[in-house]
Design a binder for this molecule. Sequence first.
Ligand code: TRP
Length: 434
Amino acid sequence: MEELNNMEELKISDVEEEQIITPWKVESTTKINYDKLINNFGCKKIDNEILERFVRLTGQRLHPWLERGIFFAHRDLDKILDAYENNEMIYLYTGRGATSESLHLGHLIPFMFCKYLQDVFGAIIVIQMSDDEKFYFKTAGTIDDYINYTYSNIKDIIACGFNPHKTLIFSNSEYMNRHMYKNAIKMNKCITGNQIRGIFGLNLDNNIGQLSWPIFQSIPAFSNSFNRIFGDKHVYCLVPYAIDQDPYFRLARDFAESYKQEGYLKPASIMSTFIVGLEGVNGKMSSSDGSVSLFLDDDENTIRDKIFKHAFSGGGATKREHMLYGGNLLTDVSYQYLVYFMEDMDELKQVAYKYANGIMMSSEIKKIMSDCIVQLIQNHQHKKAMITKEDIECFMDDSKQFDMTMNKCVSSDIMYDYTQIGTNFDLTFGYNKY
Ligand code: TRP
């Protein structure tokens, strides 16, 4: 249980820098230090070498979030690429705990990225809707409230464009099968209360649902939980998530280690940073504060209004100062959002240049960002409106015929300057004056 022991020595909160990153809380007095997280969590940076290999094997362009270092860390992504290169099957797993009718912009990130990975590899994806988790961890709301949220959130997820023949979405309260439960049994026996306390910071005042939740978030990372799709075979699993979810998968990997004689494989991960809340770069977007989060069911006026009122500006205090010193790209929330959502790199660079040099005003960058986000959200709403009850049923049906064909490796002539992208990417393009 090598990884677990290391973990017990680690504090999940990092007092020195006052950043607290747990599955329940993301708080920091300064900008979150992701390098430190990589160290503390014992994962690897996504480096040039792996990006190059990814492009070489898949023949696809990198997602802008890989180019821009937003998906920045991994565990065993190289093993996933090995498997892909050897024509072995891999699958993807992610999830969502719904706490309101609609997702916010930050929630969209893992799903949009999963859709990209599904297309690149031709992979099956399983998506856990953890309504039980939210019921255990929130004080208000009945289990049926959370199940209802699940169903409205599923539409948002389907709207990301997943392939119905390669996707299973399940409500964790409503779905269980004997193979998956057998994995829960094995994990239950393997993991002590002290380990749960050490990894998650939970204690005996937490309810049993909370204490046992990590088991249930882990088991979908083992392909034999989905016997109807994969049979008894162990298939490599890649889990994309925002880095606060990491403790679950360290636990899952430890479990796999102790069951490796039976063929269990450690799930691999690919992790993203958090998109910041409108109010500033020290926190992540959250559902609990509606005024500073952009929801996928907000209408155009609401979106523009929230952005103009609340998006923290890195611009100068006065017009004169702004023209003199320029805007700060590193604290300006509108700019941060453009790094996520403005697809064209040259356009982004232009904005960076103009804003950092005080040629573009704060109101202008807010307008550009609002236009970009409004377009994204309206496009999403349009797709969501077309989803029917039958679509939802199809996505949730584990007895349908799944399309098990993976894409084949192709040779690629796509060229990148790998010294400028990924975790080397300078989001200021060297223009910042601060
Ligand atoms: N715990 C996640 C949340 O609070 C939801 C979740 C369930 C999840 N299973 C997952 C996230 C697997 C990433 C990967 O929203």
